[in-house]
Ligand binder design. Structure first.
Ligand SMILES: [Zn+2]
Length: 537
């Protein structure tokens, strides 16, 4: 899962008790875990995009796909090469300060703030700051935080999150870094300072700061540029954010109090100016997606594909935590990549024939901002019109028994109805995203398929809403293991939950592959527009 934009608001939905569960017919959890053990082993060095560790993991995946009888469907055998440009901040040559009444107050990098290096930062920037609240522009809801503000040549200060009045998937879409920047750029802004919402942060500031000089990447092809004109991008420590508001007539505490209510925030010019000197080191990096197909059995429907996708990259080697510097990414997303391998093997073993063809897509660069899937969805290796659906699997967290699934995109297309039906047939309940503020709908690869008009969804195992203990377990997992070296092979995993989850995914995929009708967007879905007019981003 990509760590762009991390916020949590807890909202609990009442769920009735599930009916009896049958034992999974095709999976035992053990073969799945055996794949995870290889992909998340220390010798894969955390599978950083472009690294030898990721290349070794991909070689292993290709060998397994061959064994399961899948055919190459990339542009070079099983591979689809993807070029990246890597950015790394040279922090010793960087400065950041706030200027107030002609007085310069230097900021401490890592303590007060850090540079986000997704954009090609300008070497020097000095500009007034304007607090733009949530910084959201949502035309469909006549909602605009930027209305009436003068942002020309200025840097926008944003509190991450969204007001309750904007539906979750829509807020997630406009909150994504590319859409958010598009609106700010149009309004004349030259940069962004974003403040993580302190009530709802996934990764603690200390861990964000620890890896602040880690390499970031963009796709080498300039067609994919989404940060044009973004001269400055800073993430500000919420614990130190009060200084941004000095002399403005407002306090950060006051803003946070309104944010807790999830209402529209006040917006106003700040009294301080930001001053930055940055140096970026740039480098070309090569990596690849992996694409494999299993031809369908129906003479007509076999021309269409159901995609099962998972990102195989993770964040590599980073700052040590408790003496461990390998960020193994066992759950994120060794777990999803292993599931694809396990499903492919199970199809060979069972000999089941599905009418449509299946496409297994292992994408790279997810942790860098969903880049491998963006590349694949823009340059698919099969006819784009032939892709009927994407089922994405990312960090599904089998850490409690599977009774409840959270389905991202459940109400957007009839894929959600099929997901509900196959889950319930196995005694598993489903729910819409109970934490829309975390933006999970746009934080993994399904989003790029959606932007190209393809109905898609992703699902993760959810804690029992009536169990404080299970909820705490998930919260602790995110705080301590998510994007940390301890997301490794030495953690508690519920193999029967993993097996049950695989069974649901397999049944969903089979149903979509065999159904005479292609999945359809709901008439009211915001994302339906991309089916008529695919995104150029
Ligand atoms: Zn991740």
């Amino acid at each position: 899962m990509s760590r762009q934009l991390l916020f949590v608001t807890v909202l609990i939905l009442a769920v009735s008790a599930p009916s009896a569960q049958a034992a999974p017919a095709h999976f035992d959890g053990k073969t799945w875990w055996d794949y995870v053990k290889v992909l998340a082993a220390d010798n894969k060095q955390g599978r950083e995009t472009g690294s030898p560790g990721l290349a070794a993991a991909e070689e292993y995946v290709v060998a397994q796909l061959r064994q399961s009888g899948l055919q190459p469907a990339g542009s070079k055998g099983f591979y689809q090469p993807v070029g990246f440009q890597a950015h790394q901040i040279v922090e010793k040559d960087c400065r950041l300060a706030l200027v107030h009444d002609g007085k310069t107050d230097p900021l401490t990098l890592g303590e007060d703030a850090l540079f986000a290096t997704r954009a090609d930062l300008a070497p020097q920037v000095q500009a007034p700051l304007v607090f733009v609240g949530w910084g959201l522009t949502v035309p469909e809801q006549n909602y605009d935080d930027l209305a009436g503000l003068d942002l020309h040549g200025k840097v926008a200060v944003i509190l991450n999150g969204a007001p309750a009045e904007i539906p979750g998937p829509l807020a997630a879409h406009y909150r994504s870094s590319s859409e958010s920047w598009k609106a700010l750029h149009k309004a004349g802004a030259i940069g962004v300072v974003s403040i993580p919402n302190p009530a709802s942060i996934d990764i603690p500031w200390s861990r964000l700061a620890l890896n602040r000089t880690h390499v970031s990447m963009s796709l080498a092809d300039p067609k994919f540029e989404t940060a044009a004109g973004e001269q400055l991008s800073v993430i500000f420590n919420p614990a130190h954010a009060a200084q941004l508001f000095a002399g403005s007539g407002h306090t950060f505490d006051e803003i946070i109090a309104v944010a807790k209510e999830r209402k529209q925030l006040p917006r106003f010019p700040l009294a301080v100016t930001i001053k930055a000197v940055t140096k970026l080191q740039k480098e070309e990096v090569q990596s690849a997606n992996i694409v494999a197909k299993l031809p369908g059995s129906d003479p007509e429907l076999k021309k269409e594909y159901v995609v099962l996708s998972a990102h195989i990259d993770h964040v590599g080697v980073g700052a040590p935590v408790n003496g461990d510097s390998i960020y193994n990414g066992a759950m994120d997303n060794g777990s999803g990549s292993a599931l694809l391998l396990d499903v492919a093997a199970s199809l060979k073993k069972s000999g089941d024939k599905l009418k449509r063809s299946l496409l297994f897509v292992f994408v790279t660069g997810e942790e860098k901002g969903l880049l491998g899937s963006r590349y694949f969805s823009a340059y698919p290796t099969v006819d784009p019109k032939s892709i009927v659906a994407d089922i994405n699997v990312d960090m599904f967290l089998p850490i409690v028994p599977l009774k409840l699934l959270t389905v991202q995109g459940i109400a957007e297309s009839d894929l959600g109805d099929v997901a509900r039906q196959v889950a319930e047939a196995q005694g598993v309940k489903v729910q819409a995203d109970p934490q829309p503020q975390r933006n999970l709908f746009v934080r993994s690869d399904q989003y790029n398929f959606i932007r190209h008009g393809i109905p898609a969804l992703a699902m993760t195992i959810a804690p029992d809403p009536n169990s404080a203990e299970q909820k705490q377990l998930f919260k602790d997992w995110i705080t301590n293991r998510y994007h940390a070296p301890s997301d490794d092979l030495d953690q508690p995993v519920d193999l029967s939950a993993a097996a049950q989850y695989e069974e649901v995914i397999r049944a969903l995929m089979a149903q979509v592959a065999d159904n005479p009708q292609r999945p359809q967007w709901k008439p009211y879905s915001f994302f339906r527009r991309y089916a008529e007019n695919p995104s150029q981003y």
